[in-house]
Design a protein around this ligand. Structure first.
Ligand SMILES: [Zn+2]
Ligand SMILES: [Zn+2]
Length: 151
């Protein structure tokens, strides 16, 4: 979103935009050290822009949906986000300010470090590997069968 300083009226400017996260290179592919992050919607940004003397203040509300992989059970899940950012710029000697790189960076900083499909996700059993949200652990049962077989 590019803002031309001379276009801002004294009562401020309202601007809306939609971004394609792929064009902004914001998705994370499968990687050994990070879980993938994909967008299931474009990013919508609604900006209220005010100019106070030489200071530009931009209040942006962004909305988007992420498709992530749960860090405990490794299932893919989707979650919607709404975030509000405030950016300040000094406009001295500047005619146009592009706020897109700042929006991009703030959204990336908001990616959850340890995404969870739900707060109480039970994860995978370290023994038998079942998803404990949907199945019962098989470890105990397998051990019992072995013991019974030996006696
Ligand atoms: Zn989970
Ligand atoms: Zn188990």
């Amino acid at each position: 979103m590019k803002i031309k300083i001379e276009d801002i009226p004294s009562q401020g400017l309202h601007k809306e935009m939609s971004y394609d996260p792929r064009e902004l290179d914001m998705e994370i592919e499968n990687h050994p050290y990070s879980l993938p992050v994909k967008f299931s919607t474009p990013i919508t940004a609604i900006a209220d822009i005010m100019l106070y003397d030489k200071e530009l203040v931009v209040e942006v509300v962004v909305r988007y949906k992420l498709k992530m992989v749960c860090s405990r059970c490794l299932e893919e899940f989707e979650v919607g986000f709404e975030k509000r950012f405030i950016f300040n710029y000094n406009t001295r000697g500047i005619e146009v300010i592009d706020i897109t790189p700042d929006i991009r960076e703030e959204i990336i900083l908001c990616y959850p470090q340890k995404p969870l499909c739900k707060p109480d996700c039970k994860g995978l059993c370290s023994g038998c590997g079942v998803n404990l949200n949907v199945e019962r652990c098989r470890c105990k049962r397998e051990n019992q069968e072995v013991e019974n077989g030996q006696s």
